[in-house]
Design a protein around this ligand. Structure first.
Ligand code: M6R
Length: 612
């Protein structure tokens, strides 16, 4: 997730910007840059791929870039690999405009084509550069910076927090926001913008939060804010009393919880660029409809939680495509002499894009002639670069070792891909397709509902946190979901936990159930609800305590059998795991919290597993 900081005042801007960017490092980044206006009214831009220390060395800790007004940026690559040229700030061709941006400009291709036709030359592969170039295009014609900014904002689609400098605006910079965080800071004789308060807390605790559609003109002696129609807005000021480490986590105690709470937004970012006017668009998919139709085998390969996404995907894709879909652990696939060839599609899933086993499986699939498609979060990662095609999840950086928002975004992306394939193959009816699309549109809001109240889950965690063994049971999609719920719990709480297909219990595992054993019974897969209830009855008869999960419409029915019932909103059956996973993540979190575990960095685990 990119970070933005801007400063205007009497001090030298560059050292303040570098210091602010350092505080945003926790958000994750692959490159960084600053733009500072010199006394001669030149926009000086310094930027580089890699850590901030590279930028600091390049600018002698900021001392080599003189000026009292500037903006800085840490980039988390989305469009274009991490590189010096793709780093922000981006300059317009005439070097009159500099722009930093957090978010995604969804219609950048169309704007770029327009500008290219006007003779504008582009330097980078980024979506952001179109903002700088389009702004200069309008500015050339109107000579009015604010007017040009509004024209640009009316033309671009997507999400943005923008910091904009203009050579001809020597005492101010401009900020704008839509669907990406940006706040204003009011200091003594200076003002700031920042992606979050961490970047400026050393200088001021007096802040205002920009709302969608607002534009701010930031000067040393104050900030004027305007709404989307350029009418002045009075901002409410807030006093921030967080300490710095809490501020880095957005006020949450742990990155994991912050990332759990970020899921609706992350999923929105995954869905929105691929759902236009109710139609699925996979422009980035390097597979033609003919090639999709010619596939005779689909195989999903991944590790850990990404593999669990594949498990859900197997059920959902088979349902949608009416074709066999295999899912394999990457560490097994690579040594299994897999049966894939030119007519196979191997979908690898990886948050980090660096997992060694997944990488090896990808290479093997390619060597066997299979088409490969990667679902990856980290742009420019090894897996993203080596696969024939890549679909980015755009979840933003995930810091906690236990994945949450990467899992959710992978899940929804795989569902969307499945639906797209089904449309191409004609294996789904138009009505069914429209129902799923409509549920996809409301999914982020439904996720927000689940996350809005975590009290019941917190209470259940306080009841069961000292158990030594917890079982998750479920059928079909609930079984796949249970695998993830169980992994989440064991990796951060160190409680032994296992997930079982509920129908399999009586073939051995039920012997482990005794008085007080906690069984988390997942009953959100409505077609097999009654069967799942029967399994609850079986384990209850052996003394198990039950925490059950289902969709709202079945909650009352379930509470006749289970003492503790958690519900999530109803949605299309294939999307139900996207809601069901949230209480399981929160349960794992609170159990680990009660046990005093190191939640963000569990013992023996690494975020990116680059060894076999
Ligand atoms: O980066 P990847 O998605 O390839 O990582 C795969 C697993 O290592 C990962 O999902 C792991 O299981 C998580 N820690 C689970 O929370």
């Amino acid at each position: 997730m990119c970070g933005i900081v801007g400063y205007v005042g009497k001090e030298q801007a560059a050292p303040i910007l570098l210091e602010g960017l350092e505080k945003l490092e926790y958000r994750g980044y692959d490159s960084a840059g600053i733009a500072v206006l010199s006394e001669e009214k030149e926009l000086q831009v310094k930027k580089s791929k890699g850590r901030l220390k590279v930028l600091s060395a390049l600018t002698d800790g900021g001392r080599a870039v003189e000026g009292t007004l500037g903006v800085g940026h840490t980039r988390w690559a989305t469009h274009g690999e991490p590189s010096d040229v793709n780093s922000h700030p981006h300059l317009s061709s005439g070097r009159r405009i500099a722009v930093v941006h957090n978010g995604i400009i969804e219609n950048y291709v169309e704007i770029k084509e327009f500008l290219l036709a006007q003779g504008v030359c582009f330097q980078s592969e980024t979506d952001t550069e179109v903002v700088a170039q389009l702004l200069e295009y309008y500015y050339d014609r109107s000579g009015d910076v604010m007017d040009s900014v509004y024209r640009v904002l009316h033309r671009i689609e997507g999400a943005y927090a923008l910091g904009i400098m203009c050579r001809d605006l020597p005492d101010a910079f401009i900020a704008a926001r839509k669907d990406a965080p940006l706040l204003l800071g009011y200091g003594q004789g200076c003002c700031f913008i920042a992606s979050d308060v961490t970047a400026i807390i050393k200088h001021t605790r007096d802040v205002a939060y920009m709302e969608d559609g607002e534009v701010a003109l930031v000067r040393a002696d104050g900030i004027q804010v305007f709404d989307a129609l350029a009418q002045p807005v009075e901002k409410e000021h807030h006093h921030v009393d967080w300490d710095v480490s809490a501020a880095e986590k957005g006020g949450y105690a742990h990155f994991m919880f912050k990332e759990i709470m970020e899921q609706p937004e992350a999923v929105r970012k995954t869905i929105s660029p691929r759902l236009k006017g109710g139609r699925l668009c996979f422009d980035e998919l390097k597979l033609t409809p003919e090639e999709i139709r010619a596939l005779n085998r689909i195989c999903i390969v991944a590790c850990g939680s990404s593999y669990h996404v594949g498990m859900v995907g197997k059920y959902n894709l088979e349902r949608l495509l009416r074709r066999p879909v295999d899912v394999m652990l990457a560490s097994e696939f690579r040594y299994a002499d897999p049966l894939v060839d030119e007519s196979s599609l191997v979908i690898v899933i990886s948050q980090s894009g660096e997992t060694l086993d997944t990488m090896a499986a990808l290479r093997q699939a390619k060597a066997l002639g299979a088409r490969t498609l990667a679902i990856v979060n980290v742009v420019g990662s090894s897996i993203a670069r080596e696969a024939d095609g890549v679909l980015y999840t755009w979840a933003g950086p995930e810091i906690a070792v236990a994945t949450t928002k990467a899992y959710s975004t992978q899940l929804v992306l795989l569902d969307m891909l499945g639906l797209y394939f089904a449309q191409v193959l004609g294996s789904v009816t138009e009505e069914e397709s429209a129902r799923i699309v409509s549920e996809l549109q409301t999914l982020p809001a439904k996720m927000e509902t689940v996350l809005a109240d975590t009290e019941q889950i917190k209470y259940l965690a306080s009841q069961y946190f000292n158990h030594s063994s917890i079982f998750f049971i479920g059928r079909n999609l609930d079984y796949a979901l249970g695998l993830e719920g169980s992994l989440k719990l064991k990796e951060i709480s160190y409680i032994h936990s296992e997930a079982y297909a509920a129908g399999e219990l009586k073939h051995g595992t039920i012997s482990l159930i005794e008085d007080g054993t906690l069984v988390v019974a997942l009953c959100s897969y409505a077609p097999l609800f009654d069967k799942s209830v029967s399994n609850i009855v079986e384990v209850k008869a052996r003394g198990a305590d039950i925490v059950a999960l289902t969709g709202e419409s079945l909650g009352e029915e379930l509470s006749k059998t289970a003492e503790n019932v958690l519900t999530v909103p109803d949605t299309h059956v294939i999307l139900q795991p996207s809601l069901g996973v949230l209480p399981l993540q929160i349960f794992a979190y609170y159990v680990a919290l009660q046990r005093g575990c190191d939640i963000d960095k569990p013992r023996n685990l690494a975020k990116s597993v680059t060894v076999e």
